[in-house]
Design a protein around this ligand. Structure first.
Ligand code: ADP
Length: 409
């Protein structure tokens, strides 16, 4: 039986989807996390504790462990584990991206340098030291701009500034975020931030799978809510895109060029692009699949999940079809409106009863301390819809969301 190692950070939303896919494939599953599980001693062949912040150390540990339990594939889930997954795969000679490519995609400054050098359209950018005087740093930047940490994700710490005063406030705010206990960045990522030209336009997300260096677009999502800042909260994703086919082709081409420039060759990619009169601009390419529970919108061939497709690819198994089921689908990531403790959720039943709604999944638990952007990174939950047209999907998601009310104390 094939044996698969899944790297599951304790903060991920995606354990269930990946574990379910692994069971469906009938592989021997080994799960690794960054914190020891109380079950580890009871199930020594199936649970591992690894330091995800130390890719080489983790690779050595898995190499040692795998002598007694040979592995056929390793898959990292979410941004936190992409580099360590590549390091382990490299050590064991398994199918994966080069470590340097994944590391470049995890560092927004390195990514920008790499894409700009390859002629991929990216906003003008500049790395700034947090120890410097922000007033002086602001002089070298054109407005409006976006300030962001080098290594966080889910739009955490990403702030638009239109003026020098806003720039200085954002600079200090991001510095404070990087010092939070629950952030855990070190080295360059703790000492610098990135300032970029703000790119106006529509935003899309491309979900893809790289196979031997070729990018296959699995889905292109429109993001119909304007993302103009000051914070960039993800809300609605709808696929297929309503953009003209010619623009969609350019988006795929630019994303493929970005993957090639970074050196990414295998496995899932999730790219964010903005489109305006000058064409598509790459905001970011992450060497992982779509976050949160959003992959539930996608089904391939005769009902295969995105996770199953990713595991099959990592194992080198055949994939019958990379074609997404044709029916338009969408998700709304329910944003956290303000900080506080979640006390009650109202309106789930009428929300779920809206035509086209498949599921309303509230992932925050009662009593949970909620933190909105830019300090936070979580969602209250996810709403899923399918309908005859992308317009109907979007409408259903908005209607369902309007039924939901959250008591936050
Ligand atoms: P993260 O990896 O944390 O999601 P991103 O760099 O992808 O960070 O930025 C998050 C969001 O912020 C993007 O999806 C986009 O909406 C917005 N954003 C980031 N950079 C820019 C930019 N230069 N111009 C316009 N919007 C941006």
């Amino acid at each position: 039986m094939a044996r698969l190692l899944l790297l599951l950070p304790t903060t991920t939303y995606r354990t269930e989807a990946f574990v379910h896919a692994a069971h469906k494939l009938g592989v021997d599953l080994v799960c690794a996390s960054e914190r020891p599980s109380t079950l580890e001693e009871l199930a020594p062949g199936t649970l591992l504790t690894l330091d995800f912040a130390d890719p080489e150390g983790a690779a050595a540990r898995v190499a040692e462990w795998s002598r007694g339990h040979p592995l056929d594939a390793v898959v990292g889930v979410d941004d936190l584990t992409t580099t360590v997954a590549a390091a382990i795969a490299h050590r064991l000679g398994l199918r994966a991206n080069p470590v340097a490519a994944v590391a470049a995609a995890r560092n927004k400054y390195q990514m920008r340098q790499c894409l700009a050098a390859a002629g991929v359209p990216v906003p003008r950018f500049r790395r700034l030291a947090l120890k410097d005087d922000p007033f002086t740093a602001a002089r070298g930047v054109a407005f409006p701009c976006v300030l962001k940490p080098l290594a966080l994700s889910a739009s955490r710490g990403v702030v638009r500034a239109n003026t020098v005063d806003q720039f200085i406030a954002a600079f200090h705010r991001i510095g404070a975020i990087l010092h939070r206990d629950d952030v855990g960045v070190s080295g360059e990522a703790a000492e610098y931030l990135l300032a970029e030209q703000f790119v106006p336009g529509l935003e899309v997300a491309l979900e893809g799978l790289l196979v031997g260096g070729t990018l296959h677009t699995l889905a292109l999502f429109d993001k119909p809510d304007p993302l103009d800042g000051p914070f960039f909260e993800e809300t609605i994703y709808v696929t297929p895109s309503r953009l003209p086919q010619a623009i969609q082709r350019r988006i795929t081409k630019v994303t493929a060029a970005a993957c090639a420039a970074l050196g990414l060759r295998e496995g899932p990619v999730h790219a964010e692009l903005r489109v305006n009169d000058d064409g598509p601009w790459v905001i970011e390419v992450a060497a992982r699949s779509i976050g949160g529970l959003c992959s539930r919108t996608l089904r391939f061939g005769t009902g295969m999940s995105l996770e199953e497709l990713i595991l099959r690819h990592a194992l080198g198994w055949t994939i019958d079809s990379l074609d997404r089921e044709r029916r338009p689908a969408g998700v709304m990531m329910i944003p956290i409106p303000r900080a506080g403790r979640l006390q009650a959720v109202h309106g789930q039943e009428p929300a779920a009863a809206v035509e086209g709604i498949e599921e309303v999944a509230i992932t925050a638990h009662l009593g949970q301390e909620l933190m909105p952007l830019p300090e936070g990174w979580q969602y209250l939950g996810f709403i899923f819809a399918r309908a005859e047209t992308p317009e109907a999907v979007e409408k259903a998601l908005r209607e369902a969301h309007a039924h939901l009310h959250f008591d936050i104390a």
